[in-house]
Design a protein around this ligand. Structure first.
Ligand code: ADP
Ligand code: MG
Length: 444
């Protein structure tokens, strides 16, 4: 990873603290010089920029370097020439950064392709549906509604469909849009009295890729407009793909008539990836970034990062790469341990049974006495089952021991509770989330 990619990473990191326009106006024009030890020089286009950087942003910049590279950076801003023009930068491969707007303003990111997508058990259903749609069999799955937790590849798949369709049918009008952009566009069109143009724009499309529809929730006027757009496209046998972080039924505050249309075609989901899938995805992305990532390091990251979110896994890879090239070290498990320290569960940390039970009580807002009592309402029995599962899985306690903690229950009761959670775990996102949150609390 070269210096400018590291600076890009630092800029991304700064998004946590600073506004987009501040970053664009004041920090993006700065360029980074060669890195020497902890000394970092940033070059500003003129003294005005330097003053702003020094006065307002230096603290944040240092902090972001620290988070990206794990160093206590000594940052100096100097005045120098002008940043390279965007024309020369355009040819540079920017890992992961979306390249929008190719092919007739379709809004597609050409890096999100089927070829770059790793298929496995967690996503093959959605993947196959997307492939089928790309064949041009439009009405077969219309609309295609894909839902999953965040960072599991919905947006990527959608773009892949768009890219494939344009490859096969270059004349088609494909539009990728997020529900937020749609909403903004509508509001602007209302304001400038250009609704007719707006409607024509959206109703003359062959393939509409509508991302994150859940954000329409509660926006009545926009939802109505989307409803009309949907109907117009559907009636003309145009393909619609919609993504959401929930099933249609679970989207709050949205008209039933629209939600019911979402189920007319096919509803497909993407599940959290397995360790093998995560490893394969990391390897593929490393290859794409031109990074030499040994399989064992990929596996280490996949097994130890406390996340199901592939976006976060990709972030870890970038961080590892930045960290490695900065410290001039090769990709080893030790490097990964250091670079990703904050994100990795410390499995060898000793945690007591009391701490586990307390964490569960805190999470669910219940009392230990309730867990020990005979109460069998769901609000008590579920946390009790989770505690028993955690004690069995994490502490290796015997069924009898666990039984005695919970008011002298016999071992078959405990076994039943542990099995009940274990059998649901793979399918049930809520349970996965609860356990991973508890683990994060306890072991890191
Ligand atoms: P979502 O839209 O579900 O929040 P994204 O499509 O934005 O998720 O995916 C997050 C990141 O993970 C993207 O960089 C994407 O390329 C990558 N990604 C997700 N799933 C896969 C996969 N199966 N193979 C390769 N990359 C993936
Ligand atoms: Mg998305």
């Amino acid at each position: 990873m070269d210096e400018s990619s590291i600076w890009e990473e630092v800029l991304k990191n700064l998004q946590k603290e600073l506004g987009e326009s501040e970053i664009k106006t004041w920090l993006e024009p700065l360029t980074i010089g060669e890195l020497r030890g902890d000394m970092i020089t940033l070059t500003a286009p003129n003294k005005f920029y330097k003053k702003w950087a020094d006065d307002k942003f230096l603290v944040y910049i240092k902090k972001a370097f620290n988070e990206t590279l794990g160093i206590d950076a000594d940052v100096t801003v100097v005045v120098g020439g002008v940043k390279r023009t965007s024309a020369s930068e355009g040819t540079k491969k920017q890992s992961g950064a979306p390249v929008y707007g190719h092919k007739n303003g379709s809004g597609l990111n050409k890096d999100y392709t089927f070829e770059n997508f790793v298929v496995g058990g967690s996503n093959e259903f959605s993947y196959s549906a997307c492939e089928a749609v790309s064949e041009g069999q439009f009405m077969q799955y219309n609309p295609l509604f894909i839902y999953s937790g965040s960072g599991l590849g919905k947006t990527h798949l959608m773009h892949a469909v768009g890219n494939r369709i344009l490859e096969k049918f270059p004349k088609m009008k494909v539009l990728y849009i997020t529900s937020e952009t749609f909403a903004n566009d509508m509001i602007n069109s209302l304001r400038t009295r250009k609704m007719e143009e707006f409607q024509n724009r959206y109703r003359t499309i062959d393939v509409l890729l509508f991302d994150d529809v859940q954000f329409l929730s509660g926006k009545q006027r926009t939802t109505e407009e989307f409803f009309n757009t949907f109907n117009a496209l559907y009636d003309n046998q145009k393909q619609i793909i919609i993504t959401s972080d929930k099933t249609p039924a679970e989207i709050p505050d949205m008209e039933e008539r629209l939600k019911s249309r979402f189920s007319w075609g096919l509803i497909a989901d993407i599940q959290a990836p397995s360790t093998e899938e995560k490893t394969a995805i990391l390897m593929k992305r490393a290859e794409f970034m031109g990074l030499k990532l040994p399989g064992e390091v990929a596996l280490f990251i996949a097994e130890n990062m406390m996340t199901q979110n592939i976006r976060e896994l990709m972030g870890a890879l970038v961080r590892l790469s930045a960290f490695g090239s900065f410290h001039k070290r090769s990709m080893t498990i030790d490097l990964a341990k250091e670079a990703l320290e904050k994100f990795i569960a410390k499995k060898d940390k000793v945690v007591s049974s009391e701490e586990i039970i307390n964490a569960v009580c805190k999470y669910f807002g219940v009392k230990l006495a309730d867990l020990r009592s005979k109460k069998r309402t769901k609000s008590i029995s579920f946390p009790r089952q989770i505690s028993m599962y955690m004690l069995r899985e994490k502490q290796n306690m015997s069924l009898q021991e666990i039984g005695s903690i919970f008011g002298g229950r016999d071992h078959s009761t405990v076994l039943h509770a542990v099995n009940s959670i274990a059998s649901k775990y793979d399918e049930n996102k809520e349970i996965q989330l609860i356990i991973s949150t508890l683990e994060k609390d306890l072991y890191s």
